[in-house]
Ligand binder design. Sequence first.
Ligand SMILES: [Zn+2]
Length: 138
Amino acid sequence: MADTPRPAPVPDAVTAPFWEGCAQGELRVQECRACRFRWLPGSVVCPHCWSDAVTWVASAGEGTVVTFAVYHRSYHPAFQPLVPYVVAVVELAEGPRLVSNVVGVAPERVRVGMPVRVEFQSAGDIALPVFRPVGEGD
Ligand SMILES: [Zn+2]
């Protein structure tokens, strides 16, 4: 059976800098030039003060698992080979949170508060940010 391509995000004018960063191995977050609030996903105005003076800055790519779920069932054929896999909310050291995967560790070893570091996986033309435990991986 042929591999089913993994569905990938489609960058738009707002999110293109994020995906360009991922392609270069750099996780980026948006920052407000007016109030310095940082967030993800990208938007055209600051969600804190509504300023449109927003820019992208590099994240160190380190964070912690805030919450997670272990998927034991695939809802798309491309994910079937990955079962069981971990979908997690990761809070970056800079503050923003994103939904991603925790990889490189048995799902039963993932914990809330686990320190993780970003790495990138290819999904077609896109590099997806995923997270690997720091010092606790396999
Ligand atoms: Zn702001």
